[in-house]
Design a protein around this ligand. Structure first.
Ligand code: AFP
Length: 338
């Protein structure tokens, strides 16, 4: 009989080993990452059972983005809050599903980290059994003590100390960076642990896929239209044509492109230049991961990690993926306005 491998590297072991290279580390960030991993396991089990126990469907409330919330969104939001709120490691949280900051209760010690998350991204995929994801972003607090403030969460993305995502797909994967490369873990359901499956993920210089919702083509600027035509193969002297892949769940599209090579775009429209995605909950954390893997992320022209958010739910256009492909989009946008 073949027994499972007993020397697997769990996420816990990996984080502890990474922490050893920082003698001054207190272990608080490591513990915060386990807290999030626990929240992710709880969400994963609910996502897996969603079809079975009939908790699918709208919760009947509309979130701050004006979108109808699914019940699983509410559950995922609560699971993450509950996995972090009592630990004393966090001073404040912010969620894509909550209009205001999420304070930490008075009687709980207030820690040194501010955490932002999109608990269930791509939730319109739930009803069709397609992948969904969680995205998180961690900053060191700016305020000195007590309750965290808006200044703690409205920091430019380059100040992140960690960021990651969880993809609930054919398997559940947690991918994160603390600024020492990007590492991926797959949930082994038989032991209930995330085990190291993708060490030091590097994305190619240029990719074979492009991911964008082309039904909006007519609403984009001329420069953006030309960039996407480049991906069709219309300018072979500038860029090789790519294959189109679009799931409509950012985490799933981003993950494929990160590992296999590609670019994801969610452009602004001429009449809605800020686009759809959220800077703090989606663009900044994934930009940190993309850069750590050797890729790039811009709003078309400006590096995402250099943008200081002014509002919690601020939106931004997003161009993210392989470096040469992201640079091509910037060049096409600049040429169109020259
Ligand atoms: P939902 O959470 O409303 O499904 O939105 C998902 C998302 O924020 C992101 O995950 C997708 O890449 C993008 O929006 C899809 O948006 P379109 O349906 O406009 O292409």
């Amino acid at each position: 009989m073949a027994f499972p491998n007993t020397s697997v590297i769990t996420i816990e072991r990996f984080i502890i080993e990474q922490e050893r290279s920082y003698p001054e580390a207190t272990g608080e960030l490591s513990n915060l990452l386990y807290d999030i991993a626990l929240g992710a396991k709880i969400i994963a089990s609910a996502v897996r059972r969603a079809g079975l126990i009939n908790i699918l469907g709208s919760a009947g409330v509309v979130n701050v983005q004006g979108e109808e919330q699914q019940q699983l969104d509410v559950f995922a939001n609560d699971a993450l809050k509950n996995s972090m709120s009592h630990t004393g490691r966090v001073c404040v949280m912010a969620s894509e599903e909550d209009e205001e900051l999420i304070p930490i209760e008075e009687e709980v010690p207030h820690g040194k980290y501010a955490v932002l998350f999109d608990p269930l991204d791509g939730s319109s995929n739930i009803d069709n059994n397609n992948p969904v994801g969680t995205i998180f972003s961690i900053y060191r607090r700016q305020s000195m003590e007590g309750h965290g403030t808006l200044n703690d969460v409205l920091q430019p993305g380059r100040h992140q100390v960690a960021a990651g995502y969880v993809m609930y797909g054919s398997s559940v994967m947690l991918v994160y960076t603390t600024g020492q490369g990007v590492h991926g873990f797959t949930l082994d359901p038989t032991i209930g642990e995330f085990v190291l499956s993708h060490r030091d993920i590097r994305t190619p210089e240029t990719g074979k896929y492009y991911s964008v919702n082309e039904s909006y083509f007519g609403r984009w600027s001329r420069g953006m239209q030309r960039a996407v035509r480049g991906f069709h193969g219309d300018f072979p002297d500038r860029i090789t044509g790519k294959n189109s892949r679009y799931i409509g769940a950012l985490v799933a599209d981003f993950h494929r492109n990160l590992v296999a090579g590609g670019i994801y775009l969610y452009p602004g429209e001429v009449s809605k230049p800020e686009g759809k995605l959220r800077l703090c909950y989606e663009a900044s954390p994934l930009a940190f991961i993309a850069e750590q893997a050797g890729g790039a992320a811009t709003n078309g022209l400006t590096r995402i990690l250099d943008i200081t958010p002014e509002r919690l739910h601020q939106r931004t256009p997003l161009v993210i993926g392989c470096k040469a492909d992201v640079a091509f989009v910037t060049a096409m946008l600049n040429e169109a306005t020259a």
